[in-house]
Design a protein around this ligand. Structure first.
Ligand code: ACM
Length: 767
């Protein structure tokens, strides 16, 4: 090993010297469009010519290095660029282990004489190979020779765990797609694939000891169409299902291993188990009959913590462990309603017998038992952050999804953490605001927000921060039925996840990322990946200055394209006014911006419909703060004369309050005669969003001295928007206060039952 190390260093010195002795072009950083951004790039001089006679040389004593060699050869071959080893050329791509590097680190040196790729381990070499491949694809090569710009790159990952998840329960994805997904992860140096294999709507892994999992649990009789919140809910009437055979699973595991990706299988328990319970209803508390779920959500039917259930799950996990070498097995643990456990005499007796506090204690008992079993078999568990409730199992790793709190608590308790908060990592959320966007679960998560995420919460000390092992992007597939749509949702936001996980936070730079992304989107298109293109879509932002004056700004991520706009609702053309600065909103109208290149529209336009009203230039002060997750436009957005989407509550107009009341005091700047106030609330019980039951209006001459003018009941119908109108009968006032008490606790038996409801408001219209 020592010999290779010296050999590697000697080669590096030799190659650099060779490069410098033949000076030609001094390269700039643009020539190295690598994602994730390497820690250190030193541009070189001149080019290395990659051609059919280039030979890949690696130490045969380390067969794993062959994986990188094979990966490069196969990739080139797939482009019709076969390297012909038999020609035994003089130019080498040399793969070496350099023992003083960290295992995942690599050094890639491209000189005019050759390429030297050194890694701390075969894994590090593989990552360096991905950088090399990205440099090759940047040349858009279709024929040899390919000129690669000389460079010296020193690189290593910021986090050990860099993952992407895929839910194959809600929709089933073929093995070919799983491999394509794994390939994309590998290309962006991600090293964990979290394969979410079991759900209420389908069980997707063959378990030989339990054939009904294949015959019953893998199928459902039909599927919800449209959105869960649509009323009435509609179904397609078509049976749906499928599962991976154990042979297929082994093949996929091997495929991932060859790309240094560990597959973490998830077998959900005790909740999200309705499909398994449809097959084996005796494992439920009530005994069934139970059907595989046909719509989305959280279901009351969960495993009953009987010995029969534990035996079943241990047998299932034994087969799972045989298939997956991963040290970590994900056991779910999220969203387990306790309804059936509360009703069950058996569960209540067990709580007493085991001296548990309540049903949360019972969930903790469940998870601990499964952890003990897996630990005895040399494995560790990962669970969603609900596994903190009722006490964390001793060795568990927590996957923090309902925000960062679970991760923070776990790290403070000395447990490993993977960060995957909905706010930044849920790739099933909308990525664009445009009304034509294909149906998604809800929320709004543009790529810039994903990119802004740093997995280490500020609350943690350095010692606690060491428990944060990394970050993961999640792709739930309730509204993702095809590989094409999965690609559209996962990429390029997944590339932002890759960079968060790999690149040091201090080196991250969104504008630079966007420039590199422009190259990568072209490459992804050539590779038939249906990635979304966020670069040219125009985004409209409404601004309000200190004097209450509103304006609209248009922007797009790629600063290189010019934007034209109209104010009359017409589609902008290349001849429309050029956008240079925010446009004052002095009159009601439809303001539309569109990017153009070479006279042609590029990406989507953005429109705002401005309806001036008596509060639109007012100044608003809030009582309770909105949730940081649903506050994109800031508090002033609720009086800015612009309504939010009628379909989606994640845009810049909606404000979301998690369990809190809404209280706003509006300073109209002068006394005005008020006839009516109209309010707009979102109604989305499937997402725990409820309109209020009443609203109260106060008025007066100072914010400290306001009197109740009106209390009005609010009636929710079936629609997504609830818009009460409150008659103010010519009230003359400068200050108006609007108090909207939260709906309160969601009734048991409904989605989110027992939790406080969310309250969403997007506009207060004052006439
Ligand atoms: C989750 O999104 N239920 C983990």
């Amino acid at each position: 090993m020592k010999i290779q190390y010296f050999l590697g260093t000697a080669l590096a010195v030799l190659f650099l010297a060779a490069c410098n002795s033949e000076p030609s072009v001094q390269h700039q950083m643009e020539n190295y469009q690598i994602i994730p951004l390497p820690q250190n790039i030193a541009p070189g001089i001149g080019y290395f010519e990659l051609n059919a006679a280039t030979k890949i040389d690696f130490d045969e004593a380390i067969p794993e290095l062959g994986l990188s060699a094979d990966y490069l050869s196969a990739w080139l071959e797939s482009k019709g660029l076969g390297i012909n080893a038999a020609e035994a050329g003089k130019q080498f791509i040399t793969l070496r282990i350099k023992e003083d590097l960290a295992a995942a680190a690599y050094i890639l040196t491209i000189t005019q004489k050759g390429i030297l790729l050194q890694g701390g381990s075969p894994e590090g070499v593989f990552y360096g190979m991905q950088s090399l491949l990205q440099l090759i694809q940047q040349q858009y090569a279709t024929a040899f020779p390919i000129d690669l710009p000389c460079v010296h790159i020193e690189d290593e990952p910021a986090f050990a765990y860099r993952g992407m998840h895929l839910d194959v329960g809600r929709h089933f994805f073929p093995v070919d797609f799983i491999k394509k997904y794994i390939d994309l992860l590998a290309r962006y140096k991600m090293n964990r694939f979290h394969w979410h294999l079991t759900e209420d709507q389908g069980w997707r892994i063959e378990i030989k000891q339990y054939p009904k999992l294949q015959e019953v649990a893998a199928f459902r009789k039909e599927t919800l169409i449209g959105h869960y919140n649509d009323t009435p809910q509609k179904y397609d009437g078509t049976p749906y299902g499928g599962y991976y055979t154990q042979e297929e699973v082994k093949d996929v595991v091997k495929y991932a291993q060859e790309r240094f990706i560990t597959i973490i299988p998830e077998i959900e328990m005790p909740g999200h188990a309705q499909a398994a319970l449809a097959a084996y209803p005796e494992l439920s508390c009530g005994g069934g009959p139970i059907e595989t779920a046909t719509k989305w959500g959280v279901f009351d039917e969960v495993y009953c913590p009987t010995e029969a259930t534990f035996t079943f799950l241990e047998n299932v996990l034994t087969e799972v462990m045989d298939l997956f070498p991963s040290e970590y097995i994900h056991i779910g643990g999220d969203e387990c309603p306790k309804t059936k456990w509360k009703e069950s005499a058996f569960c209540q007796q067990l709580i007493k017998e085991k001296n548990l506090k309540d049903e949360h204690g019972l969930q903790s008992y469940f998870i601990r038992r499964m952890e003990t079993f897996l630990n005895e078999n040399g494995r560790q568990i990962i669970g969603w952050d609900e596994i903190l409730e009722g006490g964390l199992a001793p060795n568990a790793t927590v996957m923090s999804w309902r925000g960062e709190k679970g991760g923070i608590d776990a790290a403070k308790q000395g447990h490993d953490v993977i960060m995957s908060p909905t706010s930044h990592c849920y790739l099933d959320y909308y990525q664009f605001q445009h009304p034509d966007e294909p149906l998604a679960i809800g929320g709004y998560l543009p790529i810039e927000k994903v990119y802004s995420y740093h997995p280490i919460p500020e609350e943690l000390t350095e010692q606690e921060a060491a428990y944060i092992k990394g970050v993961q992007g999640n792709l739930w597939t309730e509204y993702v039925a095809t590989p094409e749509k999965a690609e559209y949702m996962a990429f390029p936001r997944g590339l932002a996840i890759a960079e968060i996980g790999w690149t040091k936070n201090t080196n991250k730079d969104f504008e630079h990322f966007i420039k590199r992304l422009e190259q990568h989107l072209k490459w992804l298109e050539r590779e038939n990946v249906n990635a979304a293109n966020p670069l040219y879509h125009v985004d409209a932002t409404v601004l309000k200055n200190d004097a209450g004056v509103l304006s609209v700004s248009f922007d797009n991520l790629s600063k290189s394209k010019n934007i034209r706009y109209t104010t009359d609702g017409a589609a902008p053309t290349a001849e429309s006014s050029a956008y240079v600065a925010p446009i004052p909103l002095t009159a009601s109208g439809i303001y539309t911006g569109q990017a153009f290149a070479e006279g042609k529209p590029l990406g989507r336009s953005a429109s705002i419909t401005y309806n001036q009203h008596l509060a639109s230039n007012g100044v608003l002060t809030l009582g309770n703060a909105p949730s940081p997750k649903y506050n994109a436009g800031g508090p002033q957005a609720v009086i800015n004369g612009i309504k939010g989407s009628d379909e989606k509550y994640g845009d810049k107009e909606w404000l979301g309050f998690e369990g809190d009341d809404f209280e706003a005091t509006i300073d109209l700047q002068e006394k005005k005669d008020l006839q009516e106030v109209q309010l707009r609330f979102f109604n989305g019980p499937g997402q725990w969003i409820y309109p209020p039951k009443t609203v109260e209006i106060y008025a007066g001459e100072s914010p400290e001295n306001l009197a109740l003018v009106k209390t009005q009941q609010v009636k929710a119908g079936n629609g997504k928007i609830v818009s009460p109108k409150i008659n103010l009968q010519g009230q003359n006032t400068r200050y108006l206060k609007i108090v909207v008490p939260n709906y309160g606790l969601i009734p048991e038996g409904l989605q989110g039952g027992g939790n406080r409801a969310w309250l969403f408001i997007d506009e207060i219209v004052l006439l």
